[in-house]
Each structure stands twice: as structure tokens, then as C-alpha cells.
Design a protein around this ligand. Structure first.
Ligand code: PGA
Length: 252
């Protein structure tokens, strides 16, 4: 059985007091929840050190980004080994905002994936099309390209460590959500790609999350799809009152 996962991407939000308050609220809320659901948050990197010292937390931590190099003169950057040394288990790779604003290519993302895996930090690999690509009917090709260029050099053991996150760019932060059929269709397509490249049993083990305006009112119907194994949540992850009900979307 593949893992059910709900991850919150805080992006560049929440000052220190707000971040600590939200973290504490989430810890208390999540403690009471279904242990089978893996809960991850990706706060701003400057909070990772403090949050990583929290004892008995069911909430795993992710970085939002890393550099692909081991160390050296890369001012402002954070290496995968720094994350690993703090016990950070996950790192987002290829979020559409990084692809768009920081011009991150599939080729660069491949290097980040390798650097993370070399340090036993699991990548959460984000991919998805912009609206024009969907309207042109090019979304499947585009997603295939994003996945194959950054990931298909990995061997079986390595690909099993990657969490996939389909995030149609037209749904991120817009309030427009992919309908459950659109999400299921793309998730099914990605699982087929994995089955073709590796094999069906590997494809069946990999969690594929949906991201893009996922919120309490639509989480349940999105998560009800057999190929949707959870969500990567932006706006609704910034408050315990909305993030916890999203996680509960799995059981209600
Ligand atoms: P959103 O963001 O939930 O605010 O649409 C999702 C994401 O960017 O990961």
C-alpha cells in the first residue's frame, strides 16, 4: 500500500511568531489524527532548525528548495547535506514558482534530485502544465517531459524514494481547482509512465499528490480518486483551521 501524504507548502509566508504559533497548533491537531496519514510541512528555511528540534512531533519537515552543489561559494544557498544534518527528510523540487521565477530547468532539477538522494533527503518532485499548454492539448507531453528529464535516470531503489506532486499551474493560488476527473486522469497517466519505465509494482508504490487550490471543501473528492494519494497544499496550509480539515479529507 502506498503512503497517503498531505504536505503544506508555506512558501515565503509567516513571520517568526506566526510560524511558531501555526507549528504548535498543527502539532496539537495532528497528534489526534489517523497515524496512517503522513503529514509534512515546508516552512521557510530559517525555521527548519528550530522545528527540527521539536520532540515527538508527527509532522515531518521539508525544505522548499536546495542547491545542487555539495558546498562552496554559492551565496544564499542551502545544500542537501545541511538539510540532512538537521534531520530534514524531504525537499520540494521543481515547484512551478521556482521554474517560472528562478528559471529552473528540468536539467537543473535532475541535479538537485541527485544531490538530495545522495544525502538521503527525499525529493517531492513538482510538475504540471500552464493553462495554454492544457488548452493546446499538450499537457500530457509536457508532464512526460518534466518527469522523464529529471527522474528517469534513477534506478528502481531511487525512484521509490521520490514523492510526485502534480500541480497544474493554472490551479495554483487561483482558487480554480482541477476537477477530480482531471486530477485522476493525469495521475493515472503518470502512474502508467512509471509502469512503462520501471514496472507496475513500482508504479503502484509511488505516492502522487495533487496540488492547486486544494482546500477543505474539495479535498475529500480529490483524495477519493484511486490514483490521488494526497495533496500539496499552499494557501490552505497557512492556518490550522484549514490545513487540518484538508488532512481529514481522507476519512470524511
Ligand atoms: P495553492 O498552492 O494550494 O495555494 O494553490 C499549492 C502549491 O503551490 O503548492
Amino acid at each position: 500500500m502506498r503512503k497517503k501524504i498531505v504536505a503544506g507548502n508555506w512558501k515565503m509566508n509567516l513571520n517568526y511568531d506566526e510560524a511558531v504559533a501555526l507549528y504548535n497548533d498543527l502539532k496539537n491537531g495532528v497528534e489526534l489524527m489517523d497515524q496512517e496519514i503522513k503529514v509534512i510541512i515546508a516552512p521557510s528555511a530559517i525555521y527548519l532548525s528550530e522545528f527540527s528540534q521539536s520532540k515527538n512531533s508527527r509532522i515531518a519537515l521539508a525544505a522548499q528548495n536546495c542547491n545542487e552543489n555539495k558546498n562552496g561559494a554559492y551565496t544564499g544557498e542551502i545544500s542537501p547535506s545541511m538539510l540532512a544534518a538537521l534531520g530534514i527528510q524531504y525537499c520540494l523540487v521543481g515547484h512551478s514558482e521556482r521554474r517560472a521565477y528562478f528559471k529552473e530547468s528540468n536539467e537543473l532539477l535532475k541535479l538537485k534530485i541527485d544531490a538530495l538522494l545522495a544525502n538521503s533527503v527525499a525529493p517531492i518532485y513538482c510538475f504540471g502544465e500552464v493553462l495554454a499548454e492544457r488548452e493546446a492539448g499538450n499537457h500530457f507531453n509536457l508532464v512526460k517531459d518534466q518527469i522523464s528529464k529529471a527522474l528517469f535516470h534513477l534506478d528502481e531503489e531511487e525512484i521509490l524514494k521520490v514523492i510526485f506532486a502534480y500541480e497544474p499551474v493554472w490551479a495554483i493560488g487561483t482558487g480554480v481547482t482541477a476537477n477530480p476527473d482531471q486530477a485522476e486522469e493525469m495521475h493515472g497517466f503518470v502512474r502508467e509512465l512509471l509502469a512503462e519505465k520501471y514496472d507496475q509494482s513500482i508504479a503502484d508504490e509511488i505516492s502522487i499528490l495533487y496540488g492547486g487550490s486544494c482546500k477543505p471543501s474539495n479535498a475529500k473528492e480529490l483524495f477519493a480518486n484511486s490514483d490521488v494519494d494526497g495533496g500539496l497544499i499552499g494557501g490552505a496550509a497557512l492556518k490550522a483551521e484549514t490545513f487540518i480539515p484538508v488532512i481529514n479529507g481522507f476519512r470524511e
